[in-house]
Design a binder for this molecule. Sequence first.
Ligand code: PLP
Length: 339
Amino acid sequence: MNIIDLRSDTVTRPTEAMRAAMAAAEVGDDVYGDDPTVLRLQHHLAELAGKEAGLFLPSGTQSNLTALMAHCGRGDEALVGAKAHAYWYEGGGMAVLGSIQPQPVAQHADGTLDLALAEKLVKPDDVHHGVTKLLCLENTWFGRVMPEAYPDQARAFCDRHGLGLHLDGARLFNAAVQQKRPLADLTAAFDSVSLCLSKGLGAPVGSVLVGSKDLIKRAHRWRKVLGGGMRQAGVLAAAGLHALAHHVDRLAEDHHHAELLAEGLGRLPGMTVDTVATNMVFVRPAPAEPGRLQRFMRERGILIGESNPLRLVLHLDIQRGDIEPVIAAFAAFQQSQQG
Ligand SMILES: *Cc1c(COP(=O)(O)O)cnc(C)c1O
């Protein structure tokens, strides 16, 4: 059976061409700084993002944590979205491993933090408080692209308060493709940016953190401390380089598929489409007993998550021809709920 996996864009498998690039990669021991393919990937992404240096890491979680630890020391504080990945989905790593106090800030529907509210949460210079050091943003956020003017507003806010500015750009290439802007436009306001290769770009593993030479030097040390120093990592970096060469422009296809899926699902009685943004569609199907929808779909070769609203993610391994069968399966489910 053809499996249509809509749970996440992390489920993509390396293509034949990507596997060939991995197999052919020139490698060395990257802890000694000897892996030419890793160095090439770091340099290439730093250049694309308009930053001085890059650092290859095994995951986006480690990339964010490494960045946070490069910005903040023990007892420092980071302002972060109350539903941001770095706060909500990373096991509290900044507190657990970084001795950094997160200060969550309520977010608007587009994911931006309310800067007037954030202003009130910057701590005064007083022994009672942590030392506020960093503002942490995310683009895309639940598929939504950050409004174009916001990074400069955040930068001005950070400059007023002497804060660093970090971007969790796990899916920043989706934002760049959606807005038809060069990546460097979307990173310009930030001191550090974490980019995932293993989401829509289709690499099996890896993230790259970019920033100034000085920041990346500190991050390099924390990566080793966190166990992220890898040896012949060029095999993995080659997958990233292949993804950057072949899988960036095609993200527009995923966005188009998301629109087609949202259109089709929106026509079904009893089904609400909450949002369609970049490669994600959020829907509310007819209420059902827990797990019934997932089982119904699995029997038809369609894998979905259990969130509510339900998140459907389009990616490299979903073809145009997969969209109609998914809409048809949801239609059958809605009908079975009414019957
Ligand atoms: C996936 C993701 C991460 C973490 O990446 P992993 O490689 O899964 O650790 C961080 N931030 C956002 C927004 C993500 O979607």
